[in-house]
Write a protein that binds this ligand. Structure first.
Ligand code: MN
Length: 375
């Protein structure tokens, strides 16, 4: 590794074969909704790019990438996310300010709205959802059960991330995945594949990552920005929540709970629970890892993560949520104590596991949200 110059030059006398063809080959032929999306991008103007509230790396990365593509095409455009950009992503070059309210700044009136990574219109927030006109909405997504709310609906659940879809658009338009565009795509793919570790990690997702690195992205510097930036409060939140994890069904179902009080005491926000549940999944024998988060409005947000062929999608769906085989979630009204019973009972029932005897557990019938006797 010290000196690979001669070997490298042996392959790079002229330009190497462009991975553009490889990635588009991996797509097969360009699907009809992608072709229609490309037609609108080429022929029209005045775009608004929107992604789901509480945006993760795919929502922000795909939005940034879309912005860079529109900029490269010389289009007028604006970006909107009702939650704005969390400080942890302040390093990301979005290509334009991310607006959080309507009407848009400078009197900009979009003709087309590109909605990214949003499995239904509620995901963009009430104000934007009410403003969406189906005939002018371009729906680009990879979630199951997307209700196809646009005039173009390019929805493909085999895509690792919406960032991957925007990357294919960029390649089809002759753009290179370098600089801020490449970094935005890389963020989206890394986020939604768990750094190339989940089942969504496809040959094409890795090929795109390889292309972005070939064009100059430094993975180590990227990881320092993206992941190695925790606050002390976040570390305390993780340690407390994981310390108090409980296990049901002979260790097959693990549960962590995060309360409003824990956020307040550690100076953290719901954003800081991102990725927490994956640590529980790492425990041997755990088939399903559950995180429950007190939302402060009388509801509990839950996320389920499973290993291998254990499918948590149906259990989440039964509770009004959704997702994929190994990652699903939703929102249930009630306190943490009330919803834990409903949630774990539903999960165990769907997986054919023994339902816990709630009345025999320590802390049964405890005060709402107190969590007493659980640790
Ligand atoms: Mn996504």
């Amino acid at each position: 590794m010290e000196n690979d110059g001669p070997r490298a030059s042996a392959h790079s006398g002229t330009s190497r074969p462009a991975i553009t063809e490889t990635c588009l080959d991996l797509l097969g032929s360009i699907p009809e909704p992608m072709a229609r999306f490309l037609d609108v991008l080429r022929g029209e103007d005045d775009f608004l790019v929107v992604s789901h509230y509480n945006p993760d790396g795919d929502a922000l990365g795909s939005m940034a990438a879309m912005g860079h593509v529109l900029r490269a095409l010389g289009k007028r455009y604006a970006l909107y996310n009702v939650s704005g950009v969390h400080q942890a992503f302040s390093w990301l070059d979005m290509s334009a300010p991310v607006q959080t309210a309507l009407p848009l700044a400078d009197g900009f009136v979009p003709r087309w709205t590109i909605v990214l990574d949003s499995g239904d219109t509620a995901r963009v927030g009430a104000e934007m959802a009410a403003a969406l006109r189906p005939e002018a909405t371009l729906n680009i997504d990879h979630h199951l059960k997307n209700p196809l709310y646009g005039t173009v609906n390019w929805v493909d659940t085999r895509m690792s991330s919406v960032g991957e879809m925007v990357a294919l658009v960029a390649l089809a338009l002759g753009l290179e995945l370098s600089g801020p565009l490449g970094e935005a795509v890389y963020l989206a793919i890394v986020s939604d594949t768990g750094s190339f570790s989940y089942g969504s990690t496809s040959h094409r997702a890795m090929a795109l990552g390889a292309e972005i690195i070939r064009l100059g992205l430094d993975p180590s510097a990227f990881t320092d920005k993206f992941q190695n930036n925790w606050s002390h409060g976040r570390l305390k939140l993780f340690s407390e929540a994981l310390h108090k994890a409980v296990f049901h069904c002979h260790g097959k179902v693990g549960v962590i709970r995060v309360t409003r009080e824990m956020f307040a005491r550690t100076g953290t926000t719901p954003f800081d629970t991102d990725g927490m549940v994956n640590y529980l999944r790492r425990v041997r024998d755990v088939l399903v890892a559950v995180i429950m988060r007190e939302e402060g409005d009388g509801t509990v947000k839950f996320s389920l993560r499973s290993k291998g062929t254990t499918n948590v999608q149906a259990a989440a769906g039964h509770l009004g949520g959704g997702g994929h085989r190994n990652a699903a979630g939703g929102i249930i009204p009630g306190t943490l104590d009330q919803t834990e019973r409903v949630l774990i009972t539903t999960v165990c029932t769907h997986l054919g596991l023994e339902v816990p005897d709630w009345d025999a557990l320590p802390g049964a019938g405890g005060a709402e949200g107190a969590g007493g006797g659980r640790g």
